[in-house]
Every structure is written in structure tokens, then in C-alpha cells.
Write a protein that binds this ligand. Structure first.
Ligand code: ADP
Ligand code: MG
Length: 246
């Protein structure tokens, strides 16, 4: 374990996380210490448990065992809304009857933020994500890439420092995916937020991550920088998944 960092810099800590659906164990002893500002990618094949980890962090699933700490606070049994997390899913899940502006404002209105603060946050997110030109349109009038920008904007306006992204680009075509990958990287560099980003795409993982946690059957195989995981895969599975030279 890395002892060189101060506890206060740890943004997210997962300890001994276990999750079972009935008799089926889906996560087995997942441990991660994530520092403030790190871009972490959870990488693994379909069914390896990536979304389940994210949903546990977000509080959308009850853990079977283990603890989750955010900024040093044990949030394992806190309500999702009290965890200070912004989440983006694979499907855009925008409200179809609301304008883009309405979608961005929705959670903030529920949280009873003052109107001028809401307007300020929407302006800022719109600038960063370049969605200012279609704030008054409905989601149906937008392209897939535009919709996903709005979905990211909804996390952005929450002004939290921990973002969870669950395969946000996997419904987009290759060109848009490459484009938005660059945007997400820029977003992270601009905001300096902590990011836990799920993907099954190793190229996405290699280009975005400070560290990659490679998951197989609910077990982290290796948690290391892209360079280290590529040069020194701990086993054949990791080597095969990453495409390391043998
Ligand atoms: P990934 O996101 O890596 O594709 P998931 O975290 O969604 O994987 O799923 C991990 C495993 O848990 C899979 O085998 C999946 O079938 C199982 N699983 C996920 N959700 C449920 C559920 N609600 N009930 C039972 N099994 C589930
Ligand atoms: Mg998933």
C-alpha cells in the first residue's frame, strides 16, 4: 500500500467491498485508494463488475460487506444525494419534455439553489462543454454526441469533486467517441476533479487514465498506471486484455 500520501488527499477509498446478488458473488474483496484529482479507469469485459462498483460508490446498491469512504468520511450507508457525486450513465437519461436548460437545472432546483446560482452554473457548464447554442432545445432535437454532452453537463453543474462515468461513450460512433474522449480529458484537466470512469475499451483506458483497475469476475487483477500495466502485466489475463507484447 502507498504510504507516501497524506490521508486528507485521499478522495475515495474502497475497503474490502463484497457484493452478492443472492448466492451469486459479483464483487470479491475490492480495495482501492484514490487520490484527489486522479483519473481512475475501471476496465474489464462485460459482466466483470464495473457498473456494480460504480453503483456501490454512488449508493445505488447496498454493499454486502466492506466500506466506502469519500474525503475520509464513511458514506457506506449514506443516501446517494448526500455523497457529493456527479454521475453520467451510458444512456443519456435526459428528461425528454424539458429543454437542455431545464435538464441542467432540474437537480439544482430540487436542491433549492438560488436562481442566479443555477444560471451561473449552467453558463459555466455550457461554456466548458460547448452546449450554449442549444440550451433551449429539447433532447429529441439533438444528436447523440450533443445529448451526451448535456448528460455530462448535468453532472458538471452539481459542482462536486467526484465524478462517476459509466461507459459514457459506448453508444456513440467511433469518430464522436474519439472527439468526446479528448473533451473529457480536457474537462478533467480544467476541473481537477476526481474521476472514476468505467469502460470495456482498453484504448479509452490507456489514453484517459492516471491509473487503471483491471477487473475480471469481480476481482481487481491489477491497479496501476497505463505504462506499468502495459509493460509489467501481473498475469496472462492482464497481458491479453491490454495487448502487451509477450
Ligand atoms: P459490467 O458493468 O462490468 O458489465 P456489472 O457490474 O453490470 O458488469 O455486472 C456484474 C455481474 O453481476 C454480471 O454477472 C451481472 O450479470 C450481475 N448482475 C448485475 N446486476 C445484477 C442484478 N441486479 N441481479 C443479479 N445479477 C446482477
Ligand atoms: Mg456496466
Amino acid at each position: 500500500m502507498d504510504q507516501t500520501h497524506h490521508a486528507s488527499e485521499t478522495s475515495l477509498s474502497i475497503k474490502g467491498l463484497q457484493l452478492s446478488f443472492g448466492a451469486v458473488q459479483v464483487l470479491n474483496d475490492v480495495n482501492m485508494d484514490i487520490r484527489q484529482g486522479e483519473f481512475i479507469v475501471l476496465l474489464g469485459g462485460s459482466g466483470s463488475g464495473k457498473s456494480t462498483i460504480l453503483n456501490c460508490i454512488a449508493g445505488l446498491l447496498d454493499v454486502t460487506d466492506g466500506q466506502i469512504f469519500i474525503n475520509g468520511k464513511n458514506v457506506t450507508w449514506d443516501e446517494p444525494k448526500d455523497r457529493g457525486i456527479g454521475m453520467v450513465f451510458q444512456s443519456y437519461a435526459l428528461y425528454p419534455q424539458m429543454s437542455v436548460r431545464g435538464n441542467l437545472a432540474f437537480g439544482l432546483k430540487n436542491a433549492r439553489l438560488p436562481r442566479d446560482e443555477i444560471a451561473k452554473r449552467i453558463d459555466r457548464a455550457a461554456g466548458i462543454l460547448q452546449i450554449g447554442d442549444y440550451l433551449d432545445r429539447r433532447p429529441a432535437a439533438l444528436s447523440g454526441g450533443q445529448r451526451q454532452r448535456v448528460a455530462i453537463g448535468r453532472a458538471l453543474v452539481r459542482d462536486v469533486d467526484l465524478f462517476l462515468f459509466d461507459e459514457p461513450l459506448s453508444n456513440l460512433d467511433a469518430k464522436l467517441r474519439a472527439e468526446l474522449r479528448v473533451e473529457i480529458k480536457r474537462l478533467h484537466e480544467t476541473l481537477g476533479n476526481t474521476m472514476v470512469y468505467v469502460t470495456h475499451d482498453q484504448i479509452e483506458a490507456m489514453t484517459l487514465a492516471d491509473r487503471i483497475a483491471l477487473l475480471r469476475d469481480g476481482v481487481i487483477q491489477q491497479f496501476a498506471s497505463p505504462g506499468e500495466i502495459y509493460r509489467k502485466p501481473v498475469n496472462l489475463y492482464v497481458a491479453g486484455f491490454i495487448g502487451s507484447p509477450s
